[in-house]
Design a protein around this ligand. Structure first.
Ligand SMILES: [Zn+2]
Length: 385
């Protein structure tokens, strides 16, 4: 069995995109002439739980060969590029070929939108044109410096509908309902868009698509009816400038008291968080749908009464988001020392223990997330002064 067939043993991988690139790069003996037959052979394999190594003998006829680590990395890079390319679309509820910005051929033109205000915020945290970010890559912490103009970009709006964010891009923040709504909306779109890009090669399951659709529907209805009270926002202020910016959406399994938050099967209820610095203070916005107040309504009170804001915000963002940007020098001074701990925290909160059932579907059995993690047993602090 050649090494790249192992992809088929992992139900979390959508193998088709990977093999398409392998075919186009003509690596491992895969080429267009045999590709259809190759796919049919995959589909004729027994389900995972009943599969044995000898079932892979069916591939012997293709004369496939192992691919190198370098080939593997090059193929993965191309897979990610194609995922981004394939997922360009306009999120606006009125998006269509007649409403969106189109080119001469009538195709919707998607532009690179910033998930963090480019001039208002990114320019404040930039150092020599660069910002610092990190991600968990194959289970390992990966910190990287990014050019300001490439940082935090996503391909999720046409040029015309991008204007929806003007009240937070151009106007000064005065905590209006609309501004708070837009911050939450952007956190949602950025996080969901990333998921959609990655789902071209990772299998998140049907539930994840469904969650995005249902949450989008709530935002869309609010936008169409101009009713920004669909979002509740708790605004917190740290009385100093911290060169950190975050825009994200995620769900919590536990609140700050370690109490579990019961989610419905209908739709995963998310919270939306924004962290952004101004001249002399740093805002932290914690938002949720008004209809999810029974789940998240107490979080704001907990944050206030705990009086431990720096630690609490640190844990929320350290554990749940990779759409985070730091000034590179600030990062070196105050964040770098936590890299090993950050890796562990992200691993705990982002991975679940799962088994595979007879339909090759993943069943989550338990999560590694400790119920007291928001208490910051790791003693980390993103706010260094
Ligand atoms: Zn549009």
């Amino acid at each position: 069995m050649v090494n790249f067939l192992r992809q088929l043993e992992n139900p979390q991988i959508n193998y088709e995109m990977f093999y398409e690139v392998l075919r186009d790069f003509r690596k491992g003996g895969l080429k267009p002439e045999i590709y259809n037959d190759f796919l049919l052979t995959i589909k004729s394999l027994p389900q995972l739980s009943k599969r044995t190594i000898s079932d892979y003998k069916a591939f012997d006829k293709f004369g496939l060969t192992d691919i190198s680590e370098d080939d593997f990395s090059a193929i993965m890079r191309e897979v990610m590029i194609r995922g981004i390319e394939k997922s360009k679309f306009c999120w606006h509820p009125e998006a269509s070929a007649t409403n969106c910005k189109v080119d001469q051929k009538g195709r919707i033109v998607i532009s690179a939108a910033h998930s963090i205000q480019n001039n208002g915020v990114l320019s404040k945290i930039v150092e020599n044109g660069h910002v610092m970010s990190y991600a968990l890559d194959k289970g390992e912490f990966d910190g990287k410096e990014l050019g300001k103009n490439h940082a935090s970009i996503f391909w999720g709006f046409c040029n015309k509908h991008d204007a929806i964010f003007r009240p937070i891009e151009i106007q000064q923040y005065t905590k209006t309902l609309e501004q708070n709504f837009l911050f939450a909306y952007r956190g949602f779109v950025v996080s969901s868009h990333k998921k959609i890009e990655v789902s071209t090669w990772m299998n998140y399951g049907e539930q994840s698509d469904n969650d995005i659709k249902r949450n989008k529907q709530i935002f869309d209805n609010a936008i169409l009816s101009n009713d920004f009270s669909a979002i509740e926002t708790e605004v917190f202020e740290l009385p100093a400038f911290y060169p950190i910016a975050v825009s994200s959406a995620f769900y919590l399994d536990f609140d700050f008291q370690g109490k579990s938050i019961p989610h419905s099967d209908e739709r995963m209820e998310d919270i939306f968080v924004t962290l952004y610095p101004t001249e002399n203070k740093t805002y932290f916005l914690l938002s949720y749908f008004t209809q999810d107040k029974h789940l998240y309504g107490d979080l704001g009170n907990q944050l206030r009464s705990r009086n431990n804001l720096k630690s609490d915000i640190t844990m929320l963002i350290a554990a749940h988001t990779e759409n985070i940007y730091f000034n590179p020098i600030y990062y070196k001074t105050f964040i770098e020392k936590y890299e090993k701990i950050l890796e562990l925290i992200m691993f705990h909160t982002q991975f679940d223990h799962a088994t595979i059932d007879e339909n090759n579907e993943l069943n989550i059995n338990f999560s590694f997330t400790p119920n007291n993690y928001l208490d910051n047993p790791y003693d980390i602090n993103f706010f260094g002064y």
